[in-house]
Design a protein around this ligand. Structure first.
Ligand code: ADP
Ligand code: ZN
Length: 216
């Protein structure tokens, strides 16, 4: 399966992605996660990306596309993948089309998870992330078994620097301006599944799985 998940920040893309990649046994490719890892590893690219992320802006398309091209060349991505947070702009969508064409691959599904800005702002305040493995939690909707400790790796849960109210409204503004047109881009080829992200993580997953079933 080759899947893309689109949606505003904090809508639950990452959480839905974590479930879907288990269900389909494909790698989870989150550009946000890759950027955070590069930054933690002190890579020069990671430092550049971090400046944009901190301001709530998109990392420039050429950097992002380069990272994705490299990621797609890895052995584990040859038989399928799930993109979480990519493409986030029209130039990225065009670049991805080109990568796919070079490989002779087609997308099986584009999933758009939607929710109101108001709900997103409310939710993002409760988001926590494992500083070690990047797994996503929510203090109310998806808490860890032990407070502040990652179920998977025992790492410490932290709040992302860019999950503050000010940066979130900037990210939403950029989402509406730069990422929403990507939905229309895919809609033109009739490949979009729309899922309601205001529900529980499980219910949204059920809706997605049902739509994917009907899709095939
Ligand atoms: P969320 O979608 O919840 O905001 P992500 O981890 O997907 O979280 O992204 C965090 C940040 O990383 C974004 O706000 C943006 O600055 C950067 N980023 C992630 N993916 C992309 C992308 N495809 N293009 C440009 N910037 C990106
Ligand atoms: Zn962890």
């Amino acid at each position: 399966m080759r899947i893309i998940i689109l949606g505003p920040p904090g809508v639950g893309k990452g959480s839905e992605a974590e479930i879907l990649v288990e269900q389909f046994n494909i790698p989870h490719i989150s550009t946000g996660h890759i950027f955070r890892e590069l930054f933690q590893q002190d890579s020069p690219l990671g430092k550049i990306a971090h400046e944009y992320i901190d301001r709530g802006e998109l990392v420039p398309d050429d950097i992002t596309n380069q990272i994705v091209r490299h990621r797609l060349s890895q052995p584990d991505a040859q038989n399928g993948f799930l993109f979480d947070g990519y493409p986030r702009s029209i130039p990225q969508a065009i670049a991805l089309d080109q990568f796919l064409e070079e490989k002779g691959w087609q997308l099986d599904a584009v999933i758009n998870i939607h929710a109101d800005d108001e709900l997103i702002v409310k939710r993002i305040g409760g988001r926590r992330i494992c500083e070690n493995c990047g797994r996503i939690y929510h203090i109310v909707n998806n808490p860890p078994k032990v407070e502040n400790i990652c179920d998977t790796c025992g790492g410490r849960l932290i709040q992302r620097d860019d999950d503050n109210e000010e940066t979130v409204s900037k990210r939403l503004e950029i989402y509406h301006r730069q990422t929403e047109p990507v939905i229309d881009y895919y809609e033109q080829s009739g490949r979009v599944i729309h899922a309601d992200g205001s529900q529980t993580i499980e219910k949204t997953n059920q809706d997605i799985m049902k739509a994917l079933g009907e899709h095939h």
